[in-house]
Design a protein around this ligand. Structure first.
Ligand SMILES: [Zn+2]
Length: 318
């Protein structure tokens, strides 16, 4: 017996995804969508298989259409279905989008096997969480979406693992750990989405990052003293500048943002008040430090090296 049902407690139609000629009604969370089976089946092998199943005599209908209830959130389903049915909604980078839409579309395009949307969502994530240092340096202007909540970086890394996209994780985890521990865990924002337990390797990587940041004073000693002893043009002045910097940093600030890549990028480009020779000596050392840090970053967080991650990426996105 067919039953025309309202299916749940006061579900709400999503008007932009309620098509008069739709022939299936989908519910996710408390939202209802009336869409076209043929288009959904053409994009998604999972829905294609679902719609091909023979319907038993007691299947539910809503508005005279077959009814499908999904276990996904209304927010994820809305973003996913909009991307499927509105070609202008979720375009490739560099078109702007939102992190919420990217995560919803990535989660469901992976789950329901919509390859072109999964690829597009990952390309958007790469604009902020890339695989090269050059792209990372460009990411503040190249990113197609904003991150307003610091713990979002951690959620990106977690979802990337769930959808077999580990090459996103090193930069996402690095970004997550450019914060004090309360922000990383979402304690200061009260973000309930941050899991209580994180992989051990991630915690170790985070500790290494904070340690690298805290070791800046000794690094200044390392980059300054040899040059000032030998060929510095103004030894007393330059030693005094370095000593002041060491002193300043040694005080420490546990609420500071431990971002060694940013720190040494500034040092590699800044016109510190040192003599020309000390600048010439310190800049390439800082630049080299950044390259070495980036190269080790995946290993720090327990991932394979960049070349191995890139091979996984190329296979997944080809
Ligand atoms: Zn000098």
């Amino acid at each position: 017996m067919n039953t025309d049902s309202t299916a749940n407690v006061n579900p709400t139609r999503v008007e932009e995804l309620w098509f008069a000629d739709g022939n299936v009604v989908i519910q996710a969370g408390n939202s209802l969508f009336r869409v076209t089976k043929g288009i959904l089946a053409a994009r998604s092998s999972t829905f294609c298989d679902l719609f091909a199943l023979p319907q038993s005599g007691d299947f539910e209908t809503v508005d005279g259409c077959p009814f499908v209830r999904l276990p996904d959130s209304a927010e994820d389903a809305t973003a996913f279905l909009r991307a499927v049915f509105d070609s202008s909604f979720f375009e490739r980078p560099p078109n702007p989008t939102t992190l919420s839409d990217i995560l919803g579309i990535l989660r469901l395009s992976h789950k329901y096997d919509v390859a072109y949307l999964r690829r597009r969502a990952l390309l958007h994530l790469e604009t902020r969480y890339p695989t090269t240092l050059e792209a990372y340096d460009a990411s503040p202007t190249a990113a197609t979406f904003d991150v307003t909540n610091h713990s979002d970086h951690l959620l990106v890394a977690r979802l990337a693992m769930q959808v077999d996209a580990p090459w996103i994780c090193p930069a996402a985890l690095y970004s997550a750990c450019c914060a004090n521990i309360e922000s990383i865990c979402g304690l200061d924002s009260g973000d309930p989405r941050v899991p209580d337990f994180l992989p051990k390797a991630w915690i170790i990587g985070c500790a290494k990052q904070h340690q690298a940041y805290a070791s800046r004073p000794s690094y200044y000693v390392y980059i300054m003293l040899p040059s000032t002893r030998r060929t510095c043009l103004r030894p007393e002045f330059c030693i005094e500048v370095a000593a002041k910097l060491v002193d300043l940093m040694a005080v420490g600030d546990y609420r500071a943002w431990p971002d060694p890549l940013k720190t040494w990028r500034l040092e590699a480009t800044a016109a510190r008040p040192w003599c020309g020779h000390c600048l010439d000596v310190s800049r390439p050392k800082c630049a080299t430090y950044r390259v070495e840090w980036w190269s080790c970053m995946p290993l720090n967080y327990g991932f394979p090296s960049w070349p191995e991650l890139l091979a996984i990426r190329d296979a997944a996105l080809s």
